[in-house]
Design a protein around this ligand. Sequence first.
Ligand SMILES: Nc1ncnc2c1ncn2[C@@H]1O[C@H](COP(=O)(O)OP(=O)(O)OP(=O)(O)O)[C@@H](O)[C@H]1O
Length: 265
Amino acid sequence: MTQAFLELSFITKTFATTRGSFVALKDVALKVREGEFVAILGHSGCGKSTLLNIVAGLSDATEGGVILEGKHVDEPGPDRMMVFQNYALLPWLTAFENVYLGVKATRPSLSDTERRAIAQQHLELVGLAAKAAKKPQELSGGQKQRVAIARALATRPKVLLLDEPFGALDALTREEMQEEVLKIWEANRTTVLMVTHEIDEAILMADRIVMMTNGPAATIGEVFEVHFPRPRSRSDILEDPAYYTLRNQILAFLYDRFGDPVLAE
Ligand SMILES: Nc1ncnc2c1ncn2[C@@H]1O[C@H](COP(=O)(O)OP(=O)(O)OP(=O)(O)O)[C@@H](O)[C@H]1O
């Protein structure tokens, strides 16, 4: 690869703590292609969210940094939108207003009519047009996460950052949401970095799975390519012997080489 679309360039992150400095990440280096879907997998506490926060510009790298289309980025910007596990919607606004606010903040050159149309289109994209006037507390967890995803996509980010986006959902809703997000991604091919604890989620969705070693000084231990054809279906993958090989390789990494903390599978 010559110039990467997104490059994590030898990111080291040290936190100052009451007991001295704590090196959470050490020399994390990764090049991501435009339109690629990358999953970041590792044990709890290894530094996945810290890494995503640095890519989002919400936290500074102590050394190294993030390069997007050849430019260093170290502050939040509309080119990188994050979706959090706990949705982070504004509770006093409706579903529509939450999405609209994101569009208004990031696309000032558009007319208000255009912004409203974009907000509406993105609520439709996630199947929530009928709930546009509902406030977050009137929505289910899956519906709230749909609004958060619509809000992130409506700003047309270059990179979508998903921090355990389905972590708060029940198993069935989680599977539905994985498939929906995959469909949307297959239609748009936004570059995605997704942090997850779930091996099957990473295999279903990602082009590559980046395995983090345990902290302190966590780094990328291995990268697995996921070759299943797209569009993907869970049942096709489960019928493919390559799925079991890949799953076993991931399990071996997590438990034989870096066993210890509990993996929320
Ligand atoms: N502000 C901070 N100050 C000190 N240490 C921190 C801070 N934020 C994170 N850490 C430490 O850095 C390490 C990585 O944390 P992080 O939340 O990134 O892990 P994670 O892999 O996302 O965990 P999980 O999967 O449980 O969400 C942990 O040991 C954590 O205690």
